[in-house]
Write a protein that binds this ligand. Structure first.
Ligand code: NAD
Ligand code: 89V
Length: 340
């Protein structure tokens, strides 16, 4: 049984803890947060008595196999490097880093330690998205040549995550990163990107709309469009709508988690709604289930010695897309990923 320590007991950490409770092969035995009230709340809710306000002290006193970093991005590099120095496996929330330089240093630190480094990039682990990835990789529509990955609503995301309203970078770094990662999972790595951004909500600091055009190494195209300023009803947060044209068929993951596949065999419609786990609540259940799935993948990979799917190195390619999208929006030019 792997023993883990959770660092960061904020808004999203409760989902991490429920996921770890479900995971086979791992237990969280200690938790850490600088905020005593948040630390106590998670400790009480999950019956954990090893509580720390300092991560270095937790790592020094506890005999851990891994850490789960659920803090926001400013602390990610120092915490990942701390874990690597202590010879631990690491799973760290997205966005991995504020800069590519930080991300490179984190990847190198865990590699030097010879440990597993996984980024908690969970959207590709959502079961409806997974159903699409499996269908496409299984050849249901032949070779995909066009993908639209779309995430649009006016959901009040700032209520739970107030830092999103004040960060100078918002939708690409926080949400677009997930949708760009889904596009990579479906269509492969990217050669160049062009992006436009806008701020529609005047009460926030960053951009709440982004439209990105990706040219993949295969020469094929994806459009990734994200908005937290779209007053559509019903509100479809947090669903990703996917449309993919392939050489021999068409696939759509529509709102309401409805999957349509058309090909020479005919037309298949499937309800691929995620289960409502007993600790989950709508509309977050889609994301909540993916937390449990990604954590189980991490445990299985560490125990079996297999590579994790969203490793630090893999996720670096998604992070490059984020950086390149901001650069493109700033300069009005298409960015070749090889320059980063
Ligand atoms: P939050 O601000 O609510 O919680 C972060 C917690 O970390 C705070 O309680 C803070 O005191 C603590 N903390 C920060 N630095 C620390 C340090 N050095 N040592 C100990 N504790 C420290 O943030 P959140 O909304 O829970 O988000 C956390 C991360 O999860 C972010 O990176 C966010 O992008 C990500 N997130 C991911 C998803 C997803 O679906 N993958 C959803 C929500 C949030
Ligand atoms: O993934 C995230 O960090 C979240 C949300 C899905 C709401 O955008 O901010």
């Amino acid at each position: 049984m792997l023993k883990g320590g959770l660092i960061g007991c904020g808004f999203f950490a409760v989902n991490h803890m429920h996921g770890w409770n479900m995971a086979q092969g791992a237990d969280i035995v200690a938790i850490c947060d600088r905020d005593p009230a948040r630390l106590a709340a998670i400790g009480d809710a999950f019956g954990i008595s090893a509580l720390y306000s300092d991560a270095a002290r937790m790592l020094a006193e506890q005999d851990l196999d891994f850490v789960d970093i659920a803090t926001t991005v400013p602390s990610h590099r120092s915490l990942v490097e701390l874990a690597a120095t202590n010879g631990l496996h690491v799973i760290c929330q997205k966005p991995l880093a504020d800069t590519l330089e930080d991300a490179r240093a984190m990847i190198a630190a865990v590699e030097r330690a010879g440990k597993t480094f996984m980024v908690h990039e969970n959207f590709r682990w959502q079961s409806p998205v997974r159903a699409v990835i499996e269908a496409v990789r299984g050849g249901a529509i032949g070779t995909p040549f066009f993908c639209r990955a779309s995430f649009r609503s006016d959901y009040d995301v700032y209520a739970n995550q107030p830092y999103l309203a004040t960060d100078p970078r918002f939708i690409i770094q926080d949400l677009g990163i997930h949708i760009l990662d889904v596009a990579r999972a479906l269509m492969g790595d990217v050669e160049r990107i062009a992006a436009t951004t806008a701020r529609i909500n005047p009460r926030i600091a960053g951009e709440d709309v982004a439209t990105m055009l990706l040219t993949h190494h295969s020469g094929m195209t994806s459009v990734v469009d994200c908005s937290y300023a779209s007053p559509r009803r019903p509100v479809t947060f947090p669903e990703t709508v996917l449309e993919i044209d392939g050489s021999t068929g068409f696939l759509r993951l529509d709102t309401g988690y409805q999957l349509l596949i058309q090909n020479s065999a005919g037309e298949v419609r499937r309800d691929v709604s995620p289960p409502l786990l007993e600790w989950a609540e709508r509309p977050w259940h889609n994301i909540q289930e993916s937390v449990a799935l990604i954590e189980q993948h991490f445990v299985d990979s560490v125990l079996s010695g297999q590579n994790v799917e969203t490793s630090g190195r893999d996720n670096f390619e998604t992070l490059k897309l984020v950086e390149a999208a901001y650069l493109s929006a700033e300069t009005g030019s298409t960015i070749d990923l090889s320059v980063l």
